[in-house]
Design a protein around this ligand. Sequence first.
Ligand code: GRF
Length: 208
Amino acid sequence: MTRKRPKIGILGSGKGSNMVALHQALQSGQLDAELALVISDVENAGILDRARSSKIPAIFLDPGPFRTKLDEAAETRYVDALISAGVEWVVLAGFMRILKGRFLKTFHHRVINIHPSLLPSFPGLEAWKQALEYGVKYTGCTVHLVDQGIDTGPILWQETVPVLNEDTPDSLHARIQEAEHRIYPQAVQCAIDGRLTVRGRLCLTPTL
Ligand code: GRF
């Protein structure tokens, strides 16, 4: 009997390069899942265009009145759309709002995010700029489970990226994104395979 492929939903606010990397991994068989739905809180976000041009169901959902979070009604809209699409795992790919309450309860330990730094260094916005300004020699990217904080959830996977003397914010961000596109599909596969053990704030992953 063939195993039912778990359905994932992707939430994003930006250009969607991680969504494209995940979709390519699905197509090549590197990631064994089904991309059931892409949702954006930004009506003209690149992620929606890129999803639609690959025939992936993609919708804009009104995020409500707040700039940095979904209000309760919006959270219900997002949860309902994901559940109607049969989504079991939610993958954030540049989604610029904090998720709380009902959303995280519904998808407990099933919301994954990627952040462009080696957390806990440089949480928040433009982490590559923060790294460059601080003068670190290595930065990277982190895949983590989402909790109620900002970039604070249990860490699942990290990859380092060197910071070069001649780096600009753009060149460093591009190098970090290459690493993101490499590790995100592998990390998502690890999560949906149930190969994670969460103990408090620790997430034990198999040897990578
Ligand atoms: C990525 O750099 C990710 O780390 C951060 O948002 C960015 C999204 O980029 N959370 P994209 O829309 O996937 O290109």
